[in-house]
Design a protein around this ligand. Structure first.
Ligand SMILES: [Zn+2]
Length: 143
């Protein structure tokens, strides 16, 4: 968590707008109440300087436009916040994240961890942590 805070704050300091896009099918499945998720998202926004949190509460069978790997949440945030996606990065730890970022026209970074170390499509960069991902985005490593 400390690495995530550092990574997010240095990106913020460099002028990046931070947006979280998250699939939460537990809501569609009735396992999680939307209110408790709102609490968690609020906490993350305050703690990690995230500008906007986009949540997809659907499951596969809902066929919505927002559930990653679809790029709906990214496109919506980009329009609302006037973000240039060609100069943006999607950082995630699942193939769904990388694919959604690619479809939205962003460069992509995969955070390895929970066994999802090889994914299709191939991300532009693979990092061990959010801190390392932010260093790469800021041009401090690997370029
Ligand atoms: Zn959705």
């Amino acid at each position: 968590m400390a690495g995530a805070e550092r990574g997010c704050s240095s990106l913020r300091a460099a002028g990046y707008v931070l947006v979280m896009v998250t699939n939460q099918p537990e809501i569609a499945r009735g396992i999680q109440r939307p209110e408790s998720l709102g609490e968690i998202n609020r906490w993350l926004s305050e703690r990690l300087w995230i500008h906007s949190v986009k949540v997809c509460p659907h499951d596969d069978q809902d066929e919505c436009d927002c559930r990653k790997p679809k790029p709906g949440m990214i496109l919506e945030a980009a329009e609302e916040l006037r973000i240039d996606l060609r100069q943006s990065y999607l950082v995630g730890d699942r193939w769904r994240d990388v694919e959604a970022g690619r479809r939205a026209g962003c460069r992509t970074v995969l955070i390895t961890g929970d066994g999802e170390e090889t994914v299709e499509p191939t991300p532009d960069f693979t990092a061990a942590s959010l801190a390392e991902a932010s260093e790469w985005i800021l041009g401090e490593v690997g370029r």
